[in-house]
Design a protein around this ligand. Sequence first.
Ligand code: IPD
Ligand code: CA
Ligand code: CA
Length: 257
Amino acid sequence: MDALLTDAIAAARLARGIHLYYQEKGFAVDTKSGPTDLVTHADKETEIAIKDYLLSRYPDHAFLGEEGGQEREAEYRWIVDPIDGTVNFAHRFPFYAVSIALEVRGELELGVVLDSSRDELFWARRGQGAFLNGRPIEVSRTDQLIGSLLATGFPYDVKKDRENLIYFERVLEKGLTVRRPGAAALDLCYVAAGRLDGFWEVKLKPWDVAGALVVLREAGAVVTGLEGEEYQLGNRYIVASNGLIHEELLATIRGRG
Ligand code: IPD
Ligand code: CA
Ligand code: CA
């Protein structure tokens, strides 16, 4: 493993330590855009710790974090979600993670997602495969939507932007099995590990997706927008699957299936 990946993993482990400390000790909860959009003291402290750790080693790199925004422009940019699944974290529902990605000249190079509760570390480096706790992972081989296990998520302003409620209903109406675990970075890594066959969401942000995207690509997943076009960081729609059910999933979401 090279230094960049080792340091990304070390930063994720540092983050996990902070998560576990605050789960034990307790934390203050605040709201952001609305009553269900939460942020805790742990989100902010975790992001500062990751940023200090990485920028002390790589002072010329740029840093984009959910809580603090973007620090400078550079060819190398870290993209970080200090706690993905904050609502779960705040309720002590043990499904949340730290996500760290490194983008080099606009291309995602490595991704690390660490599930703090289970101590499950997903990581991938471009061209070198995807791993879960050191073992290679790949997507599932389910080739029909019926019998697939799917997941999705909803933005905090779902009442204003109801689009995914329509997609959710279409998928449920077909009698398909869908979960809403609440941490997109982990949901996506579960597709990479073959635990889920497919996932979709609307309005995810770059820090929700960046780390898992490298893991997905390296595990053989197909990741697109709603029309089947290749997913780019920042796109409104993301549909990730094992590839075999992709067309069927897209058609169902779009109401053409
Ligand atoms: C959220 C989670 C959730 C997804 C939301 C995200 P956060 O991130 O990934 O699963 O449905 O759209 O905003 O706020 O917990 O970092
Ligand atoms: Ca997130
Ligand atoms: Ca977050």
